[in-house]
Ligand binder design. Structure first.
Ligand SMILES: Nc1ncnc2c1ncn2[C@@H]1O[C@H](COP(=O)(O)OP(=O)(O)OP(=O)(O)O)[C@@H](O)[C@H]1O
Ligand SMILES: [Mg+2]
Length: 148
């Protein structure tokens, strides 16, 4: 998944009916708080660890739910996939920052507006040159087809 806070990543996965490796749930597991932003490196190391074990087990699909806004943040998954010889799809939530802010205001867990605006300025949409086998663009939360 690639998208700003409030863009609908977790909602989309929920509608798809899959369980994802989610940075919020890892924060909860590690620090008893899904909003704790102080454990960034540990949270993402744990996510990669889980992805690696799923790939080693040969699971048919693995979903990773985090913002993944830059090629640098996405590269570790492409590297892992290369090691295990499996394809990688980016699902990009192409939602305007104003819409993300509005959705974020309406939900229980509110990411600070300044944080979302700062993230918008570093967002780089996923590109084929990064090594993705498929890039899917989602403009609303309804899954448009069979992913992956
Ligand atoms: N297509 C949509 N149209 C309108 N509202 C939506 C849509 N998708 C999600 N929402 C609502 O927007 C809010 C944010 O969605 P969601 O929590 O899925 O975003 P997220 O991308 O997972 O954010 P975060 O990165 O902070 O976890 C939720 O309240 C959700 O119900
Ligand atoms: Mg989410």
């Amino acid at each position: 998944m690639v998208g700003l806070p409030g863009s609908g990543k977790s909602t989309w996965l929920e509608k798809l009916g899959v369980s994802a490796i989610s940075s919020d749930s890892i924060r909860q597991l590690l620090a008893d708080d899904p909003t704790d932003q102080t454990l960034h490196a540990r949270v993402f190391a744990t996510m990669r660890y889980l992805v690696r074990h799923r790939l080693a087990l040969g699971r048919p699909a693995t979903y990773v739910d985090a913002t993944h806004l830059t090629p640098e943040e996405r590269a570790p998954y492409l590297k892992l996939a290369a090691v295990y010889g499996c394809p990688v799809e980016a699902v990009f939530f192409h939602v305007s920052v104003e819409e993300c802010l509005e959705r974020n205001r309406r939900r229980d867990r509110n990411v600070p507006e300044e944080a979302i605006r700062a993230m918008q300025s570093k967002l780089v949409p996923p590109a084929p040159e990064e090594g993705f086998d498929r890039i899917t663009v989602v403009a609303d939360c309804v899954p448009s087809g069979e992913p992956g």
